[in-house]
Design a protein around this ligand. Structure first.
Ligand code: PLP
Length: 381
């Protein structure tokens, strides 16, 4: 059910991941998959293009927005047993645009906490919205990638932060935060008047056998959720994401902004999202199984070629956070690039952290093997 695309197909399909990477180098950096988009999505988008559905995208109160909203509500019920009321979402162009809109409209003045390592645009979105950025750095030697609640509390008290951006499941560590961690985070942030803005774009990608995904809004109804089908279903270029809030005042504030503050969504993205949430469960299950195989293969190959590498258990996402400090190379991604492999430098996710890379697993076994060989050639001296 999961169809691997050829290099030539990918070079055309993915202009950033593949198109901006020199020929002969395997791209395993930006978070896009090397698989064909699920057929129900390709069919629906193709039919919409044929019908000329290329007009302005509505944010809400129209058929397409209501369908996207209802489709996500049904997906959340089926997959996570979460009963989210309908009508709580506002369409935005993408998750980063949604985070920006939320920081601009709902965040109180004051610093924004970003647990680190983190998806790099989190820093940018805090800075472009005029907030002070407070990075709370995780210990790279910790046994697991659990939320460091004590460090978060210290940072809240010292900085006076009013907002925290949570990534759940986590890019780049691949962790599914546990219910008890989320409840503790809710209690901590409530006690200090901090609002959580949660990015759950990776939520459908919790792998078989991992802890269950608990939607953060299901434990904290004052948080704001930003999510999209785009990561799981490879539809980022179609531009549709959802900001979801359970509070009426928040909903009105997010929906009430002028067009210049929320203009990037597309109707095709809304159609793709509706089909992704409604009609692709079998494909999604096959995708998760495929990624779990790739994860196991990466662990095996690293064991053989780079036995001192430490990989965080990839519970969700198709991204592996690999600690190569034992090999003493400060910038292993740069070193691997010279050996025809493009992975993401760990310091992009954790400024100042040496010796880490983030590897995109969502490819085939042959390319993953080349990635490990390129990493090994780069760091073994
Ligand atoms: C945690 C996280 N949030 C957001 C995004 C980007 O989402 P979008 O393209 O909808 O802005 C990514 C992409 O990798 C991501 O990993």
């Amino acid at each position: 059910m999961i169809v691997d695309l050829t290099d030539a197909q990918l070079r055309r399909a993915l202009p950033t991941k593949w198109g901006s990477t020199e020929e002969g180098t395997v791209p395993a950096w930006v978070a896009e998959t090397d698989y064909q988009v699920a057929l129900p999505i390709l069919d629906a988008v193709g039919a919409a293009v044929a019908d000329g559905m290329l007009g302005y995208a509505p944010w809400h109160d129209t058929l397409q927005a209501a369908e996207l909203d209802a489709a996500f509500v049904a997906f959340a019920q089926r997959h996570w047993g979460w009963t989210l009321p309908v009508g709580r979402s506002t369409v935005v162009g993408d998750v980063v645009a949604g985070l920006r809109l939320v920081l601009e409209t709902l965040a109180e003045p004051g610093p924004v906490l970003v647990p680190t390592p983190h998806y790099p645009p989190f820093r940018e979105v805090v800075e472009v919205t005029g907030h002070e950025l407070v990075m709370v750095e995780a210990d790279p030697d910790a046994d697991d990638a659990a939320l460091d609640l004590a460090a978060l509390e210290r940072a809240i008290v010292e900085s006076g932060a009013r907002t925290l951006i949570l990534c759940h499941p986590h890019n780049p560590t691949g962790r599914v935060h546990r219910r008890h961690e989320l409840e503790a985070l809710r209690d901590l942030t409530r006690a200090h008047g901090v609002r959580v803005v949660v990015d759950e774009i990776h939520a459908p990608l919790v792998l078989p056998g991992s802890p269950a995904f608990v939607p953060y809004l299901s434990v904290d109804d004052s948080a704001v959720l930003v999510t999209s089908h785009s990561k799981t279903f490879s539809t980022a270029g179609l531009h549709a994401a959802q900001v979801i809030t359970l509070d009426d005042g928040d909903l009105a504030a997010v929906r009430g902004v002028p067009h210049a503050q929320n203009g990037g969504a597309s109707v095709l993205g809304m159609i793709a999202g509706t089909v992704a949430w409604n009609d692709c469960d079998d494909w999604l299950e096959a995708l998760r199984e495929r990624i779990a195989e790739q994860r196991d293969l990466l662990e095996k190959m690293l064991d053989e070629r780079l036995p001192q590498a430490r990989v965080r258990p990839v519970e969700a996402t198709y991204l592996a956070w690999v600690d190569l400090r034992a090999y003493g190379v400060e910038r292993p991604a740069e070193a691997a690039r010279a050996h025809h492999v493009r992975v993401a430098e760990g310091s992009d996710y954790h400024p100042g952290l040496a010796g880490h890379v983030r590897v995109n697993l969502a490819t085939d076994a042959r390319r993953l093997g080349l990635v490990v060989e390129g990493l090994a050639a780069g760091v073994l001296r």
